[in-house]
Write a new protein. Structure first.
Length: 95
């Protein structure tokens, strides 16, 4: 991946769910896939904004993949979530 496609926002570290969601929704709609890295408990709380069942703790190195039925990042929410997949390190199945 070209480094010009990587953006570092230090505000994502120990911020808030609303800040994280705001930054995601500001993503250019030409971007089809977005990877966001951050810190807990913000990312557990962010995940729970989209999932019906509450995730108790997103473990270190855990990954949440969310697929949405929308063409614009501004419209992502629980109602536009198409599918989710959780990837946890071995021995860390926390739901």
């Amino acid at each position: 991946m070209p480094t010009q496609q990587v953006r570092i926002d230090e505000g994502l570290y120990e911020s808030s769910v609303s800040y994280c969601l705001e930054k995601i929704k500001e993503t250019d709609d030409a971007v089809n896939t977005l990877m966001v890295f951050g810190h807990n408990p913000d990312f557990t709380d962010l995940t729970n904004q989209f999932l019906d069942g509450a995730l108790s703790d997103l473990p270190t190195s855990g990954v949440v993949k969310l697929d949405f039925l929308t063409d614009t990042w501004k419209n992502i929410d629980k109602s536009t979530l198409k599918k989710h997949t959780l990837f946890f390190p071995p021995g860390n199945r926390r739901l």
